[in-house]
Design a protein around this ligand. Structure first.
Ligand SMILES: [Zn+2]
Length: 278
C-alpha cells in the first residue's frame, strides 16, 4: 500500500446567520449560538483525540474573546476566515488586505498565535477573478489557502482535487481543496455542507479512502451550526434553507464514525511537512 495520507477536519467558525449575501444582522445577535455549538464540536473532537484546523472569523472572535483561546487550549490550529464574511470578490484588494490584517492582529492579541492559513467565505477566491488575493496572502506570510473548490457554480469544476502549489511573487502558497466525489456527471460536494449530511455514509467514506490511497488529504469542512440542529434558522426559502442548514439532524454522528475509521491531522502540520520536503 502506498503512503496513506491523513485527512483534515476544518471548521469555519461562524454563527447560524453568517450566510453569504445576508448583510442585515440586527437583533439576530441576541440569539448567537456559535459559542455553544463550537463547544459541542470541541467535545466531539476531544472524545476522538482528533486535532482540527479552525478558520476564525474576526467578527466572531471580537464578540466572543474566550472562543479562540479555548480552541487553542484544546490543541487545535487557528487559521483565518477573514473579518466580515463578505465575499472576497466583493471586497476588492484593499479591504481584503485590511480584513486579513485586522483578523490576524486580533487573533495574535487573544491567543499569541497568528494564522498561516486562509479560507475565503463561500470559496470566493478565484485564479482568474482575484489573482491579487494569492499574492497578498503570500506577501503577508500565509503558507496555505483552502478557498478553491472543484465544484460547478461556486468554484471551478475543472480545478484540481489534489493539493497543489500556487507560485506567487512572494513565494509558494499551498492550495488545499475540499473533498469532492468525482462522478461522470461532475464532482459532488461530499466533503462538507449539505452534501456531507445528505449523501450516504459509504460514499463519503469510500471517497476518503480513495484520497488517502492517492496520498491526498481528504479535507472535510464543518460549521458549528451543523452540530446544533435545534438552533435558529434564517428564513431563506425551502431550497436555500436545506443547503444551509439541512435536515434537523446533526453532523456529529457521521463525523464521529469517520474519526473512528481514518487518521486526521491539521492543515498546518501537512503544509509544514510539504515545505520541508521541497
Ligand atoms: Zn464561512
Amino acid at each position: 500500500m502506498s503512503h496513506a495520507a491523513p485527512a483534515v477536519i476544518t471548521v469555519d467558525v461562524e454563527d447560524w446567520y453568517h450566510v453569504c449575501g445576508i448583510t442585515e444582522v440586527g437583533s439576530r445577535q441576541a440569539h448567537d449560538r456559535v459559542q455553544y455549538a463550537t463547544g459541542l464540536l470541541l467535545q466531539l473532537l476531544k472524545n476522538c483525540g482528533v486535532t482540527a484546523t479552525f478558520f476564525m472569523l474576526g467578527e466572531v472572535m471580537d464578540r466572543y474573546p474566550d472562543l479562540a483561546p479555548a480552541i487553542v487550549d484544546n490543541g487545535h490550529e487557528l487559521a483565518s476566515h477573514g473579518w466580515s464574511h463578505q465575499l472576497v470578490t466583493g471586497l476588492g484588494p484593499q479591504r481584503f488586505q485590511e480584513e486579513l490584517e485586522q483578523t490576524a492582529a486580533l487573533m495574535l492579541a487573544q491567543t499569541g498565535v497568528r494564522p498561516y492559513g486562509f479560507r475565503a467565505p463561500r470559496w470566493s477566491l478565484s485564479r482568474t477573478e482575484t489573482p491579487w488575493a494569492f499574492e497578498q496572502l503570500s506577501a503577508l506570510g500565509y503558507s496555505y489557502d483552502s478557498s478553491l473548490t472543484p465544484l460547478a457554480l461556486i468554484g471551478d469544476p475543472d480545478g484540481p482535487r489534489s493539493p497543489h502549489r500556487i507560485d506567487t511573487a512572494f513565494g509558494p502558497l499551498w492550495e488545499l481543496p475540499p473533498l469532492v466525489t468525482p462522478t461522470w456527471f461532475g464532482n459532488l460536494p461530499a466533503g462538507g455542507g449539505w452534501g456531507f449530511r445528505f449523501f450516504p455514509y459509504w460514499l463519503i467514506s469510500r471517497t476518503m479512502q480513495q484520497y488517502a490511497t492517492a496520498g491526498w488529504p481528504a479535507v472535510l469542512f464543518v460549521h458549528p451550526r451543523e452540530l446544533d440542529p435545534q438552533g435558529p434558522r434564517l428564513p431563506l426559502g425551502l431550497l436555500r434553507e436545506f443547503v444551509t442548514y439541512g435536515t434537523r439532524s446533526s453532523s456529529a454522528d457521521r463525523l464521529n464514525r469517520l474519526m473512528q475509521r481514518f487518521s486526521f491531522t491539521t492543515m498546518g502540520v501537512l503544509v509544514a511537512s510539504w515545505q520541508s520536503a521541497s
